[in-house]
Design a protein around this ligand. Structure first.
Ligand code: AMP
Ligand code: MG
Length: 398
């Protein structure tokens, strides 16, 4: 740990070691988007449930389909045929309709011609042609979704097909966002001398919601010891994860650390070997987690993504709380620093397939413009001189 700073990977390990999955609850499927499954989902029955047609056309007996066939009925999706099929006959059928009794194949409508209540088949027909079989997609009892999966639109679709109406998910983590700083003013409000708009309250609440959290409070806290202690005491009662922004350094008006110490929150690490985001603080009180993020919006954004998001995913029992890394090449030279740098980058693919990353504008921690249109973080190791264009760097997609 150079200079007593915790490496990013060790900081993440410390957080994941303390972020245990929350209890689970049944969630109606219609509002389960974004939730994390607490248990495997199994198919309630075979899917498809019944033999059905893969095409619009005619159900036939394959071995007796060469001559003109008399059309004796219709099978539609949701409305099975009323009659059974015999050799010499055909039943008009729609995609998804149950295969009529007696039929063993479907001929596509494009391969037939119809006249006077009869249909002529213009192609050879094999038994089973264009027929979907029970269980071909999912087998009764089969695991279709694993515990730890975050539910997206595709997962919702397959769960419904599997016969499921509610999903057992971990409870959404409750998050309190506390933004410290006497200089902060509500978004859109006029600014007095020395005041700035409070970007982090809105941004951190949005980041938390996007990571699956329920934001129970998002408040501003003045740079005052008693007010800081009161705000954190309340947040610790209500939240699984308390996210503070600012006030975590060592200035005379930084009250977060002493307040948390007074409230019995045990420090797990403070200061990470990282630019931007060095003064990041992490502590725990029983099962409650507290992350103190540096106040600069860029630093807050970066450290949220690096530390708070994995914490929230781990609280939800996600199978993979850390983003998967890939290797890319720098499009431009980057000056190395004495700490690992987390660049906000855009990613594009070179003709040879390699990923190329370019810093998204100036990377100083007060330049909020670098937060827009970010595809990924690129990690430039500490060192001397420049990392040249073409140098390999690890990236984490956002
Ligand atoms: P601090 O971490 O409290 O020392 O703050 C570092 C820098 O970030 C200072 O320039 C603060 O004015 C700024 N800052 C702190 N909190 C916020 C916030 N919520 N929104 C925008 N800027 C902030
Ligand atoms: Mg401050």
């Amino acid at each position: 740990m150079p200079g007593g700073l915790t490496p990013i990977s060790s900081a993440r390990e410390a957080i994941l070691a303390h972020a245990r999955p929350l209890p689970s609850e049944p969630v109606p499927i219609g509002i389960a988007l974004g939730r994390v499954l607490a248990e495997d989902v199994r198919a309630a029955g075979d899917v498809p449930r019944f033999e059905n047609s893969a095409m619009d056309g005619f159900a036939v007996v394959a071995a007796a389909s060469s001559g003109p066939l008399r059309i004796v009925g219709e099978a539609r999706a949701g409305a099975p045929a009323q009659v059974a099929l015999r050799p010499g006959e055909a039943i008009r059928i729609s995609t998804g309709a149950p295969l009529p009794a007696g039929a063993d194949a479907v001929v596509r409508i494009e391969d037939t011609s119809e006249r006077d209540g009869e249909v002529a088949v213009r192609v050879p027909v094999a038994p089973g042609a264009h027929v979907r079989h029970p269980g071909e997609d999912l087998r009764a009892g089969e695991v279709v979704l694993r515990a730890g999966v975050r539910v997206g639109p595709g997962e919702l679709g397959v769960a419904v097909a599997a016969g499921v109406g509610a999903l057992r998910c971990t409870r959404r983590p409750r998050v309190a966002v506390l933004c410290t700083g006497d200089e902060l003013v509500e978004a859109g409000a006029p600014l007095g001398p020395g005041q700035i708009h409070d970007s982090n309250r809105v941004m951190l609440a949005a980041l938390a919601a996007q990571a699956g959290a329920e934001v129970v409070t998002a408040a501003r806290v003045p740079d005052d010891r008693a007010a800081t202690e009161a705000a954190f005491a309340d947040a610790l009662e209500r939240a699984d994860l308390v996210i503070a922004s600012g006030g975590v350094s060592v200035g005379p008006h930084d009250h977060v650390k002493p307040a948390l110490e007074q409230l019995g929150v045990q420090e797990r690490f403070w200061r990470v070997a990282l630019q931007p985001g060095k003064p990041t603080w992490f502590g725990t009180r029983d099962e409650r987690l507290v992350l103190g993020l540096p106040g600069n919006p860029v630093s807050s954004f970066v450290t949220f993504a690096l530390f708070a998001r994995p914490a929230l995913l781990a609280l939800q029992g996600a199978a993979a709380p850390l983003p998967a890394r890939a290797v890319a090449r720098l499009a431009t030279p980057v000056r190395r620093l004495n700490r690992e740098q987390v660049l906000r980058v855009t990613v594009r693919q070179r003709d040879d397939g390699a990923l190329l990353v370019a810093p998204n504008g100036p990377q100083a921690s007060h330049v909020t413009r670098s937060l827009t249109g970010v595809d990924a973080f690129a990690f430039v190791p500490a060192g001397e001189g420049e990392a040249p264009a073409g140098a390999a760097v690890e990236i984490e997609p956002l």
